[in-house]
Design a protein around this ligand. Structure first.
Ligand code: URA
Ligand code: SF4
Length: 215
C-alpha cells in the first residue's frame, strides 16, 4: 500500500476551526489533493455538543466546499431532526477531507471511490484537531470509514451500531472531558437500501441513542 507523509505537518498548532479551515487547503499529506476541487473541513461551531463523522466529501461537497450538502446530507438533516438533535448542536465533518473519485467512464461523471486505509491514516490529524477543539459529548460514527478512523481496523458497523461506546482521550494532549461514540450506518447506505424506510428508521434509532446523552 502506498505510504504518505500524512497531514501532521500541515496542521497549524493552536489553530481554531477557522484556522484549520484555511490551512487544510494547503495540505499535501496524501495524493488526494491533486484531483479534488478543494479540501472540505467540517461545518458547525466549536461549542457543538455532538460531532458527526462521515467518510469524505462527495461530488457536491467537493464543488461547494461544505460537508453533507448533497443527497446524503439532506437525508442526514432529516434524520437529525427526527432524532431530536438540534442542527445548532451538531458539527458535521468527514474522515478524509478531499474527494476521492475516478472519472474514466464515457460521460466523465466523477464516481466516488472509497478512501484506502492509508488515506484515512494520512488525513486523521485534521479530524483529531477538530475533535480536540470541539471536545464533544458524543461523536456519531457514520459508517465504516469513520469507524476505522476512530476505532481502528477491526470496526464493524453491523456489530457496533447503536451502542454507546465510552471514548478515551484522543491522545495525551487531548482535552480532559471524555464522552461517547455512537456508531451507525452512513446516510448513503440508507439511500441505497432496498427497504429505505426501514434503513432510515434504523439510522434515526441510533441517533436517538446519541440524543439521549445530550438531554
Ligand atoms: N458523504 C460523506 O461521507 N460526507 C459528505 O460530506 C457527503 C457525503
Ligand atoms: Fe491532506 Fe487529507 Fe487532503 Fe490527503 S485527503 S491531502 S491528508 S487534507
Amino acid at each position: 500500500m502506498t505510504r504518505f507523509e500524512g497531514a501532521e505537518h500541515y496542521v497549524p498548532a493552536g489553530a481554531d476551526l477557522d484556522g484549520l479551515r484555511r490551512a487544510v487547503q494547503d495540505c499535501r499529506g496524501c495524493d488526494l489533493y491533486e484531483h479534488a476541487t478543494q479540501a472540505v473541513l467540517g461545518s458547525g461551531v466549536a461549542a457543538a455538543r455532538v460531532v458527526l463523522v462521515g467518510e469524505q466529501p462527495g461530488d457536491q461537497e467537493d464543488r461547494q466546499g461544505a460537508p453533507f450538502v448533497g443527497p446524503a446530507g439532506r437525508l442526514l438533516d432529516k434524520a437529525l431532526a427526527e432524532a431530536g438533535i438540534e442542527r445548532g448542536d451538531a458539527y458535521v465533518t468527514n474522515s478524509v477531507k478531499h474527494f476521492r473519485f475516478n472519472q474514466s467512464g464515457p460521460g466523465k461523471r466523477r464516481i466516488h471511490q472509497t478512501p484506502d486505509a492509508a488515506h484515512i491514516t494520512a488525513c486523521r490529524p485534521w479530524l483529531t484537531s477538530e475533535l480536540r477543539i470541539i471536545d464533544p459529548e458524543v461523536i456519531v460514527i457514520l459508517g465504516a470509514t469513520a469507524g476505522k478512523a476512530l476505532l481502528g481496523p477491526s470496526f464493524r458497523v453491523t456489530k457496533q451500531r447503536g451502542q454507546l461506546i465510552p471514548r478515551p482521550p484522543l491522545d495525551d494532549e487531548s482535552a480532559t472531558q471524555n464522552g461517547f461514540y455512537v456508531p451507525t450506518v452512513h446516510p448513503s447506505a440508507v439511500l441505497r437500501a432496498d427497504d429505505r424506510d426501514a434503513a432510515f428508521a434504523g439510522l434515526v434509532a441510533d441517533l436517538k441513542v446519541a440524543a439521549q446523552v445530550l438531554h
